[in-house]
Ligand binder design. Sequence first.
Ligand code: AMP
Length: 598
Amino acid sequence: MEKFKELGLTGEILKGIADLGFEQPTPIQEKVIPVVLEGENDLVALAQTGTGKTAAFGLPLLQKLDTSCRDVQVLILSPTRELCMQIGKDLQNYSKYCPDIKVICVYGGTDIRRQMKDIAKGCHVLVATPGRLCDLIKREAVSIGNVWAVVLDEADEMLNMGFKEDLNFILDETPEARKTYLFSATMPREVERIAKTYLRHPQEISTGKKNQGADTVTHEYYQVRAKDCYETLRRVIDCAPDMYAIIFTRTKVDARDIARKLHKDGIDCDALHGDLSQAQRDDVMERFRSKRLKVLVATDVAARGLDVDNLTHVINYNLPEDIESYTHRSGRTGRAGREGISVAIINSREKGKLRRIEKTIKKEFQYREVPGGEEVCRAQLLWYADKVLAAEPKETLVKYQNELYEKFEHLTKEELLQKILSYEFGKLLKKYADVEDLNLPENERGDKKRDIKAKKESKAEEISAQFTTFTVNVGREDGFTPRDLLTIINENVPRKGLEIGSIRVFETNTKFEIDLGGLQRFASFFRNVSFNGLPFIPAEVKDRYGRGKDRERESFGRRRDSEPRWRSDKKRADKGKRGRFSEKKKGMGKTPRARKKR
Ligand code: AMP
């Protein structure tokens, strides 16, 4: 408490925060409280939610109120109804021992006439969403002509939500001499512009760097195939039995679908999105706040201003469109100095975006392996064991004790434990008995460029895997050419249209790839074949790529992926007999796919 006193707070306000258990001011409070108490300067404060910023502006403003006057003296603008209500509640708690202070919250989605009546009874601090306040001003239900302090809370969010015009209108209605305190988690250009227009020589205060996340948040990512994102999410949730989280999706359809699937999978969850009525939204929020829901699936828009403490995780089921939104999302965990985890589930193409986020938040994402079945089951069982150990024995159970002893009498301790755990976890153990490993191989986890390269390589590998490589004992020295090879194959192998890959003619031998398409004993078709008096003896090369030590001596047809493969059909071989090889090559210089298209 001493520290708060040193900052200039006194009497009843100190008593109020002592009741809340505040002992030390947070860094933003240390910086902001004296400035607001002095009342000399405007202020731009870069502060995340969860840093204690409500008390930072709220405590000194409450202390400075003149309760003998009934006018609105302090105006606090915030982007959403939830945030308004939260600020209102906080201010009422801080001013618990100042019964004369009147704090009123006004926001859209509720009866405006009741709000008008409340204001008419007298109001010192008005906490409002910009839209509803404009409405009230236009109806002349409120006057803000005597306001001496305006707080713009979550200014970036207010602009994101399209309140720019409303803000201009409201600020123009307040006296020029007012002091303006702007709080924002990020500082995009629009916010800077508002600050330049409406603030006079503001003092700048920051407890973090621009657009940078809280220090207590760890950023982790799972990289999986797009089709495995949901299964990964489920395992991540199942592996953290104490999780209390918001899952962010880009669209409301996703939010609804994922909530439905999770619910079906036995996880207590619901969705928050723009299609809900205010009553449905309140119901979902009430269940989430009271922790009857373990996870809430929400879109960015629906979650704006949503103020929930103690979140253990924020999960990005899709990375947000813009990087700033990531800061907002992850800022919902790791609040008030507590640890939090921000998880991103990304597919193989999103690594580049992840790197860009890292640059903005100046923090590295840690790669995490998707938990396997064993890990999930272990986490659940150990969590259960801890819960059992922590349970207080209930007196009332004593009267059933004898009967229960009798029932379990024939079981050893191990058998009893087995039975209880099987009963409790039977479903889970079955579900995770033999689950697939969802982790991508390392070469598929690279950045975008590397991803494309890996894709190409795996495609090339796939293609070469279909080919068998042979070496044959005739080469350039013997006047052997690729054309001769095609002719010999076509004349001696009964199956026509076999696809031939690369042909590499060396001094004394030749290597070629051929897709046998299940054809057995290929070499046996050449038993009595000779070339220029030499027996023609092909032999299979065991190396997958057919790249032996002769490679450096190759003289022709080293095929890169873009180079042609040839088809050994009879017609083409016949044509080869008639003309020069170069002519034949011209006609066949297409990839198999291009030829198929024709
Ligand atoms: P805010 O950033 O205003 O949303 O505050 C986040 C949370 O921190 C709220 O639950 C506050 O009650 C709590 N809080 C604010 N200031 C302090 C403090 N000095 N000591 C402990 N908790 C605080």
